[in-house]
Ligand binder design. Structure first.
Ligand SMILES: [Zn+2]
Length: 178
């Protein structure tokens, strides 16, 4: 244990970030170098929504070093997700892609009006689409399709999509053909 961890006082005030930094001192004090390289052990990349109720490692039985987790609002396959998947496959050896959306997603309540209202408010049109959706299953299919048809990805034969139920913790697989 380092002396800085020993001397770190537990803060009960301060910002949320202070709390995180304090938690990190405790984490690092107990941490031992796992001696891993950057290539995910299970050769899989998981693309999921950023939702706070979705603990990917716990829900999928993943350990440190097992996979890439790539997250954004909705788990939508945007150009930036394709960018990360391309690096994941071509530079870091992953072969499989798992896509996870979930019940109660914030994007189910939004429309592209969000983008228009934002532009009207701030006087600048965002370059990105909101990618809101009404049908979870259909959006998972759309996401699988975007991954499978990307010219940048060499490995598109093992791409599967799921909806995570935030009330039961269960995944439901989506048939890409339905
Ligand atoms: Zn979500």
């Amino acid at each position: 244990m380092s002396s800085s961890a020993d001397s770190a006082a537990v803060r009960t005030d301060g910002t949320v970030t202070d709390r995180l930094v304090e938690a990190n001192r405790r984490y690092a004090a107990a941490f031992t170098d796992p001696g891993m390289d950057a290539r995910p052990v299970l050769k899989v990349a998981v693309v999921a929504c950023m939702d706070a109720r979705l603990d990917l490692h716990a829900a999928l039985g993943l350990e440190l070093g097992d996979c890439h987790t790539i997250r954004n609002a909705g788990g939508v396959v945007t150009d930036d997700i394709i960018r990360s998947l391309t690096i994941s496959q071509r530079a870091l050896g992953t072969r499989s892609v798992v896509l996870i959306h979930h019940t109660g997603c914030g994007l189910l309540n939004l429309t592209e009006d969000f983008r228009h209202e934002l532009a009207a408010e701030v006087g600048q049109r965002p370059t990105w689409a909101v990618e809101a959706f009404k049908d979870l299953d259909e959006d998972v299919r759309q996401s699988m399709q975007r991954v499978r048809t990307s010219p940048f990805l060499p490995h598109t034969d093992d791409v599967r999509g799921f909806v995570f139920d935030v009330t039961t913790g269960l995944l439901r697989e989506i048939d890409p053909q339905s």
